[in-house]
Design a protein around this ligand. Sequence first.
Ligand code: PEP
Ligand code: MN
Length: 362
Amino acid sequence: MNSLKTASLSLIDQINNAEKPFLIAGPCSAENRKQVLETADQLFQLGKVDMFRAGVWKPRTRPGNFEGIGIPALDWLIEVKEKYNLPVCTEVANAQHVEACLKAGVDVLWVGARTTVNPFFVQEIANALKGVDIPVLIKNPIHAEMGLWIGAIERFQSVGITQIGAIIRGCHSFESAPYRNQPRWEMAIELKRSFPDIPIICDPSHIAGNRALIPEVCGVAMDLDLDGLMVEAHVDPDNALSDAKQQLKPSELDELLSNLVVHASDCADSSFQNKLGDLRNRIDDVDQELLKILNQRFDLIKEIGNYKRDNKVSIFQLKRYYDLLEGRVDVGEEMGLNKKMIQELFELIHKYSVMVQTKIKY
Ligand code: PEP
Ligand code: MN
Protein backbone atom coordinates (compact mmCIF):
# COMPACT_ATOMS: atom_id res chain seq x y z
CA MET A 1 0.00 0.00 0.00
CA ASN A 2 0.90 3.64 -0.36
CA SER A 3 3.10 2.92 -3.33
CA LEU A 4 2.46 6.09 -5.28
CA LYS A 5 5.78 7.66 -4.67
CA THR A 6 7.13 6.06 -7.86
CA ALA A 7 5.41 8.39 -10.30
CA SER A 8 7.46 7.22 -13.26
CA LEU A 9 5.85 3.76 -13.21
CA SER A 10 2.56 3.34 -15.07
CA LEU A 11 -0.44 2.89 -12.81
CA ILE A 12 -0.81 -0.73 -13.81
CA ASP A 13 2.87 -1.41 -12.99
CA GLN A 14 2.36 0.34 -9.68
CA ILE A 15 -0.63 -1.84 -8.86
CA ASN A 16 1.24 -4.97 -9.91
CA ASN A 17 4.36 -4.01 -7.95
CA ALA A 18 2.61 -2.56 -4.88
CA GLU A 19 2.64 -4.23 -1.54
CA LYS A 20 -0.82 -5.78 -1.50
CA PRO A 21 -3.49 -4.61 -1.46
CA PHE A 22 -3.23 -1.53 -3.68
CA LEU A 23 -5.85 0.61 -1.98
CA ILE A 24 -8.39 2.92 -3.59
CA ALA A 25 -10.70 4.61 -1.08
CA GLY A 26 -13.16 7.47 -0.95
CA PRO A 27 -16.86 8.17 -0.81
CA CYS A 28 -19.46 6.60 -3.05
CA SER A 29 -20.38 10.12 -4.20
CA ALA A 30 -18.78 13.54 -4.02
CA GLU A 31 -21.59 15.36 -2.17
CA ASN A 32 -20.06 18.72 -1.29
CA ARG A 33 -16.58 20.22 -0.99
CA LYS A 34 -16.40 19.81 2.78
CA GLN A 35 -17.38 16.13 2.71
CA VAL A 36 -14.87 15.37 -0.06
CA LEU A 37 -11.99 17.22 1.59
CA GLU A 38 -12.64 15.95 5.11
CA THR A 39 -12.93 12.37 3.88
CA ALA A 40 -9.73 12.75 1.86
CA ASP A 41 -7.92 14.29 4.83
CA GLN A 42 -8.86 11.47 7.20
CA LEU A 43 -7.97 8.86 4.60
CA PHE A 44 -4.65 10.53 3.86
CA GLN A 45 -3.78 10.53 7.57
CA LEU A 46 -4.03 6.71 7.57
CA GLY A 47 -0.99 6.61 5.30
CA LYS A 48 -2.38 3.53 3.56
CA VAL A 49 -4.37 4.89 0.64
CA ASP A 50 -2.91 4.79 -2.88
CA MET A 51 -5.73 6.53 -4.75
CA PHE A 52 -8.81 8.59 -3.90
CA ARG A 53 -12.20 7.76 -5.44
CA ALA A 54 -15.51 9.64 -5.57
CA GLY A 55 -18.47 9.31 -7.92
CA VAL A 56 -19.36 12.56 -9.65
CA TRP A 57 -22.13 11.23 -11.91
CA LYS A 58 -24.11 8.53 -10.08
CA PRO A 59 -25.89 5.82 -12.04
CA ARG A 60 -28.94 5.25 -9.82
CA THR A 61 -31.13 2.25 -10.53
CA ARG A 62 -34.35 4.15 -9.78
CA PRO A 63 -35.00 7.82 -10.58
CA GLY A 64 -35.45 10.40 -7.86
CA ASN A 65 -32.30 9.57 -5.87
CA PHE A 66 -29.17 11.72 -5.59
CA GLU A 67 -27.61 11.54 -9.05
CA GLY A 68 -24.32 13.26 -8.29
CA ILE A 69 -23.12 16.86 -8.47
CA GLY A 70 -21.60 16.54 -11.93
CA ILE A 71 -18.86 18.80 -13.33
CA PRO A 72 -18.48 21.18 -10.30
CA ALA A 73 -17.45 18.19 -8.14
CA LEU A 74 -14.43 17.57 -10.36
CA ASP A 75 -12.80 20.67 -8.84
CA TRP A 76 -12.99 19.07 -5.39
CA LEU A 77 -11.27 15.94 -6.70
CA ILE A 78 -8.51 18.07 -8.20
CA GLU A 79 -8.13 19.86 -4.86
CA VAL A 80 -7.58 16.47 -3.21
CA LYS A 81 -5.07 15.49 -5.88
CA GLU A 82 -3.07 18.67 -5.40
CA LYS A 83 -3.29 18.91 -1.63
CA TYR A 84 -2.36 15.29 -0.85
CA ASN A 85 -0.45 14.33 -3.97
CA LEU A 86 -2.89 11.43 -4.38
CA PRO A 87 -4.15 10.35 -7.79
CA VAL A 88 -7.92 10.64 -8.09
CA CYS A 89 -10.45 8.58 -9.99
CA THR A 90 -14.10 8.80 -10.89
CA GLU A 91 -16.73 6.97 -12.93
CA VAL A 92 -17.45 7.90 -16.55
CA ALA A 93 -20.51 6.70 -18.42
CA ASN A 94 -20.43 8.71 -21.65
CA ALA A 95 -18.21 10.86 -23.87
CA GLN A 96 -19.15 14.13 -22.11
CA HIS A 97 -18.02 12.69 -18.78
CA VAL A 98 -14.70 11.69 -20.36
CA GLU A 99 -14.19 15.11 -21.86
CA ALA A 100 -14.90 16.86 -18.55
CA CYS A 101 -12.54 14.54 -16.62
CA LEU A 102 -9.70 14.99 -19.10
CA LYS A 103 -10.15 18.75 -19.02
CA ALA A 104 -10.13 18.82 -15.22
CA GLY A 105 -7.07 16.54 -14.89
CA VAL A 106 -8.61 13.42 -13.28
CA ASP A 107 -5.89 10.74 -13.19
CA VAL A 108 -7.84 7.52 -13.62
CA LEU A 109 -11.32 6.71 -14.97
CA TRP A 110 -13.52 3.80 -14.07
CA VAL A 111 -16.38 2.27 -16.02
CA GLY A 112 -19.29 1.23 -13.82
CA ALA A 113 -21.18 -2.06 -13.75
CA ARG A 114 -24.24 -0.53 -15.40
CA THR A 115 -22.11 0.74 -18.27
CA THR A 116 -20.01 -2.38 -18.90
CA VAL A 117 -23.26 -4.14 -19.84
CA ASN A 118 -23.79 -1.73 -22.73
CA PRO A 119 -21.36 -2.08 -25.66
CA PHE A 120 -22.67 1.16 -27.24
CA PHE A 121 -21.66 3.22 -24.21
CA VAL A 122 -18.39 1.35 -23.74
CA GLN A 123 -17.50 2.07 -27.36
CA GLU A 124 -18.52 5.72 -26.99
CA ILE A 125 -16.22 6.09 -23.96
CA ALA A 126 -13.41 4.26 -25.73
CA ASN A 127 -13.76 6.48 -28.81
CA ALA A 128 -13.59 9.58 -26.61
CA LEU A 129 -10.24 8.27 -25.31
CA LYS A 130 -8.56 7.73 -28.68
CA GLY A 131 -5.04 9.10 -28.50
CA VAL A 132 -5.14 9.58 -24.69
CA ASP A 133 -3.20 7.18 -22.48
CA ILE A 134 -5.14 7.45 -19.24
CA PRO A 135 -5.59 4.38 -17.01
CA VAL A 136 -9.08 2.85 -17.15
CA LEU A 137 -10.52 0.49 -14.55
CA ILE A 138 -13.39 -1.64 -15.82
CA LYS A 139 -15.98 -3.03 -13.43
CA ASN A 140 -17.61 -6.37 -14.17
CA PRO A 141 -21.06 -6.05 -15.77
CA ILE A 142 -23.97 -6.09 -13.37
CA HIS A 143 -25.04 -9.49 -14.64
CA ALA A 144 -22.62 -12.38 -14.88
CA GLU A 145 -21.71 -12.36 -18.57
CA MET A 146 -17.97 -12.75 -19.02
CA GLY A 147 -18.19 -11.77 -22.69
CA LEU A 148 -19.31 -8.24 -21.79
CA TRP A 149 -16.43 -7.76 -19.36
CA ILE A 150 -13.86 -9.14 -21.81
CA GLY A 151 -15.50 -7.22 -24.67
CA ALA A 152 -15.21 -3.93 -22.76
CA ILE A 153 -11.50 -4.57 -22.13
CA GLU A 154 -11.00 -5.32 -25.82
CA ARG A 155 -12.83 -2.14 -26.86
CA PHE A 156 -10.43 -0.03 -24.75
CA GLN A 157 -7.42 -1.99 -25.96
CA SER A 158 -8.44 -1.48 -29.56
CA VAL A 159 -8.41 2.33 -29.22
CA GLY A 160 -4.88 2.16 -27.81
CA ILE A 161 -5.51 2.29 -24.03
CA THR A 162 -2.60 0.36 -22.55
CA GLN A 163 -3.25 0.86 -18.85
CA ILE A 164 -6.25 -1.27 -18.02
CA GLY A 165 -7.31 -2.71 -14.68
CA ALA A 166 -10.43 -4.68 -13.74
CA ILE A 167 -12.70 -4.34 -10.73
CA ILE A 168 -14.85 -7.19 -9.44
CA ARG A 169 -17.96 -5.79 -7.71
CA GLY A 170 -20.30 -8.77 -7.87
CA CYS A 171 -23.44 -9.37 -9.89
CA HIS A 172 -27.09 -8.65 -9.29
CA SER A 173 -29.20 -11.58 -8.17
CA PHE A 174 -32.95 -11.79 -7.83
CA GLU A 175 -32.55 -14.07 -4.81
CA SER A 176 -32.17 -12.39 -1.47
CA ALA A 177 -28.81 -13.13 0.13
CA PRO A 178 -26.63 -11.69 2.86
CA TYR A 179 -24.61 -9.85 0.22
CA ARG A 180 -26.09 -7.10 -1.95
CA ASN A 181 -24.43 -8.67 -5.00
CA GLN A 182 -23.23 -12.22 -5.60
CA PRO A 183 -19.43 -12.00 -5.60
CA ARG A 184 -19.01 -14.41 -8.57
CA TRP A 185 -15.32 -14.88 -7.73
CA GLU A 186 -15.09 -17.36 -10.61
CA MET A 187 -15.39 -14.37 -12.97
CA ALA A 188 -12.17 -12.90 -11.54
CA ILE A 189 -10.41 -16.24 -11.98
CA GLU A 190 -11.68 -16.52 -15.55
CA LEU A 191 -10.56 -12.96 -16.33
CA LYS A 192 -7.08 -13.69 -14.97
CA ARG A 193 -6.89 -16.64 -17.37
CA SER A 194 -7.76 -14.45 -20.36
CA PHE A 195 -5.65 -11.42 -19.32
CA PRO A 196 -2.90 -12.53 -16.91
CA ASP A 197 -1.29 -9.06 -16.89
CA ILE A 198 -4.43 -7.10 -16.03
CA PRO A 199 -4.59 -6.45 -12.28
CA ILE A 200 -7.89 -7.20 -10.56
CA ILE A 201 -9.16 -4.99 -7.78
CA CYS A 202 -12.01 -6.08 -5.52
CA ASP A 203 -14.80 -3.67 -4.62
CA PRO A 204 -16.02 -5.22 -1.34
CA SER A 205 -18.42 -2.32 -0.69
CA HIS A 206 -20.72 -3.09 -3.61
CA ILE A 207 -20.39 -6.85 -3.13
CA ALA A 208 -21.31 -6.72 0.57
CA GLY A 209 -23.74 -3.80 0.50
CA ASN A 210 -23.47 -3.72 4.28
CA ARG A 211 -20.49 -2.47 6.24
CA ALA A 212 -20.43 -5.39 8.67
CA LEU A 213 -19.74 -7.86 5.83
CA ILE A 214 -16.98 -5.88 4.14
CA PRO A 215 -14.02 -7.37 6.10
CA GLU A 216 -14.91 -10.95 5.17
CA VAL A 217 -15.21 -10.03 1.49
CA CYS A 218 -11.78 -8.34 1.66
CA GLY A 219 -10.42 -11.53 3.26
CA VAL A 220 -11.63 -13.68 0.36
CA ALA A 221 -10.19 -11.18 -2.14
CA MET A 222 -6.79 -11.52 -0.44
CA ASP A 223 -7.08 -15.33 -0.32
CA LEU A 224 -7.65 -15.25 -4.07
CA ASP A 225 -4.51 -13.13 -4.46
CA LEU A 226 -6.38 -10.22 -6.04
CA ASP A 227 -4.28 -7.12 -6.48
CA GLY A 228 -6.17 -4.38 -4.71
CA LEU A 229 -9.26 -3.08 -2.98
CA MET A 230 -11.59 -0.22 -3.84
CA VAL A 231 -13.44 0.60 -0.62
CA GLU A 232 -16.13 3.23 -0.13
CA ALA A 233 -15.28 5.50 2.82
CA HIS A 234 -17.11 8.58 4.07
CA VAL A 235 -16.66 10.94 7.06
CA ASP A 236 -20.28 10.42 8.04
CA PRO A 237 -21.52 7.21 6.39
CA ASP A 238 -24.95 7.16 8.02
CA ASN A 239 -25.82 10.45 6.38
CA ALA A 240 -24.28 9.66 2.99
CA LEU A 241 -26.45 10.59 0.00
CA SER A 242 -25.78 7.24 -1.71
CA ASP A 243 -24.87 3.76 -0.47
CA ALA A 244 -25.06 4.82 3.20
CA LYS A 245 -25.20 1.25 4.54
CA GLN A 246 -21.98 0.14 2.92
CA GLN A 247 -19.61 3.05 3.52
CA LEU A 248 -16.97 2.90 6.25
CA LYS A 249 -15.57 5.71 8.34
CA PRO A 250 -11.87 6.18 7.59
CA SER A 251 -11.09 4.90 11.12
CA GLU A 252 -13.12 1.73 10.40
CA LEU A 253 -11.20 1.25 7.17
CA ASP A 254 -7.99 1.58 9.16
CA GLU A 255 -9.11 -1.14 11.55
CA LEU A 256 -10.17 -3.39 8.69
CA LEU A 257 -6.75 -3.02 7.06
CA SER A 258 -4.91 -3.69 10.30
CA ASN A 259 -6.80 -6.96 10.74
CA LEU A 260 -6.62 -8.03 7.11
CA VAL A 261 -4.58 -11.15 6.56
CA VAL A 262 -2.61 -10.82 3.35
CA HIS A 263 -0.91 -14.00 2.24
CA ALA A 264 2.16 -14.21 0.04
CA SER A 265 1.46 -15.28 -3.57
CA ASP A 266 3.80 -18.24 -3.14
CA CYS A 267 6.46 -19.64 -0.83
CA ALA A 268 9.84 -20.82 -2.06
CA ASP A 269 10.68 -22.79 1.12
CA SER A 270 11.61 -26.34 0.06
CA SER A 271 9.86 -28.22 2.87
CA PHE A 272 6.65 -26.23 2.14
CA GLN A 273 7.00 -27.04 -1.57
CA ASN A 274 7.63 -30.76 -0.87
CA LYS A 275 4.63 -31.16 1.41
CA LEU A 276 2.43 -29.21 -1.03
CA GLY A 277 3.71 -31.41 -3.86
CA ASP A 278 2.75 -34.57 -1.89
CA LEU A 279 -0.73 -33.27 -1.15
CA ARG A 280 -1.22 -32.30 -4.80
CA ASN A 281 -0.13 -35.79 -5.90
CA ARG A 282 -2.80 -37.23 -3.65
CA ILE A 283 -5.37 -34.90 -5.19
CA ASP A 284 -4.26 -36.07 -8.65
CA ASP A 285 -4.85 -39.71 -7.60
CA VAL A 286 -8.29 -38.91 -6.19
CA ASP A 287 -9.25 -37.03 -9.38
CA GLN A 288 -8.13 -40.05 -11.42
CA GLU A 289 -10.49 -42.24 -9.37
CA LEU A 290 -13.30 -39.69 -9.79
CA LEU A 291 -12.89 -39.79 -13.56
CA LYS A 292 -12.86 -43.61 -13.62
CA ILE A 293 -16.06 -43.70 -11.57
CA LEU A 294 -17.68 -41.07 -13.78
CA ASN A 295 -16.79 -43.16 -16.80
CA GLN A 296 -18.36 -46.24 -15.19
CA ARG A 297 -21.52 -44.17 -14.61
CA PHE A 298 -21.68 -43.21 -18.26
CA ASP A 299 -21.22 -46.87 -19.35
CA LEU A 300 -24.29 -47.67 -17.25
CA ILE A 301 -26.15 -44.66 -18.71
CA LYS A 302 -25.59 -46.01 -22.23
CA GLU A 303 -26.74 -49.48 -21.19
CA ILE A 304 -29.92 -48.02 -19.64
CA GLY A 305 -30.47 -45.86 -22.75
CA ASN A 306 -30.38 -48.92 -25.02
CA TYR A 307 -32.60 -50.88 -22.66
CA LYS A 308 -35.23 -48.10 -22.56
CA ARG A 309 -35.12 -47.70 -26.32
CA ASP A 310 -35.58 -51.49 -26.86
CA ASN A 311 -38.58 -51.36 -24.53
CA LYS A 312 -39.99 -48.12 -26.03
CA VAL A 313 -39.74 -46.21 -22.75
CA SER A 314 -38.99 -42.48 -22.68
CA ILE A 315 -35.57 -41.35 -21.55
CA PHE A 316 -36.42 -38.61 -19.11
CA GLN A 317 -38.44 -39.51 -16.06
CA LEU A 318 -39.10 -36.57 -13.81
CA LYS A 319 -39.79 -38.55 -10.65
CA ARG A 320 -36.54 -40.48 -10.95
CA TYR A 321 -34.70 -37.16 -11.52
CA TYR A 322 -36.11 -35.53 -8.38
CA ASP A 323 -35.54 -38.66 -6.25
CA LEU A 324 -31.97 -38.89 -7.47
CA LEU A 325 -31.18 -35.25 -6.79
CA GLU A 326 -32.76 -35.30 -3.36
CA GLY A 327 -30.99 -38.55 -2.39
CA ARG A 328 -27.57 -37.38 -3.54
CA VAL A 329 -27.95 -34.02 -1.78
CA ASP A 330 -28.95 -35.77 1.48
CA VAL A 331 -26.03 -38.19 1.39
CA GLY A 332 -23.61 -35.44 0.39
CA GLU A 333 -24.81 -33.21 3.21
CA GLU A 334 -24.41 -36.03 5.72
CA MET A 335 -20.81 -36.34 4.55
CA GLY A 336 -20.34 -32.60 5.18
CA LEU A 337 -20.29 -31.59 1.52
CA ASN A 338 -21.79 -28.31 0.34
CA LYS A 339 -25.47 -28.82 -0.54
CA LYS A 340 -25.48 -26.39 -3.47
CA MET A 341 -22.36 -27.96 -4.94
CA ILE A 342 -23.87 -31.47 -4.85
CA GLN A 343 -27.11 -30.17 -6.32
CA GLU A 344 -25.32 -28.43 -9.19
CA LEU A 345 -22.95 -31.35 -9.74
CA PHE A 346 -25.75 -33.90 -10.12
CA GLU A 347 -27.84 -31.54 -12.25
CA LEU A 348 -24.86 -31.35 -14.59
CA ILE A 349 -24.23 -35.10 -14.56
CA HIS A 350 -27.91 -35.75 -15.19
CA LYS A 351 -28.04 -33.23 -18.04
CA TYR A 352 -25.17 -34.98 -19.83
CA SER A 353 -26.61 -38.41 -19.03
CA VAL A 354 -29.87 -37.47 -20.79
CA MET A 355 -27.85 -36.10 -23.70
CA VAL A 356 -25.92 -39.35 -24.03
CA GLN A 357 -29.12 -41.37 -24.00
CA THR A 358 -30.75 -39.15 -26.63
CA LYS A 359 -27.42 -39.19 -28.56
CA ILE A 360 -27.40 -35.39 -28.66
CA LYS A 361 -23.88 -34.24 -29.46
CA TYR A 362 -22.05 -32.52 -26.61
C1 PEP B 1 -19.65 3.05 -7.42
O1 PEP B 1 -18.51 2.60 -7.42
O2 PEP B 1 -20.06 3.92 -6.66
C2 PEP B 1 -20.64 2.43 -8.35
C3 PEP B 1 -21.73 3.05 -8.75
O3 PEP B 1 -20.31 1.20 -8.64
P1 PEP B 1 -20.99 0.04 -9.53
O4 PEP B 1 -20.86 0.49 -10.95
O5 PEP B 1 -20.12 -1.12 -9.20
O6 PEP B 1 -22.41 -0.13 -9.07
MN1 MN C 1 -21.51 3.28 -4.40
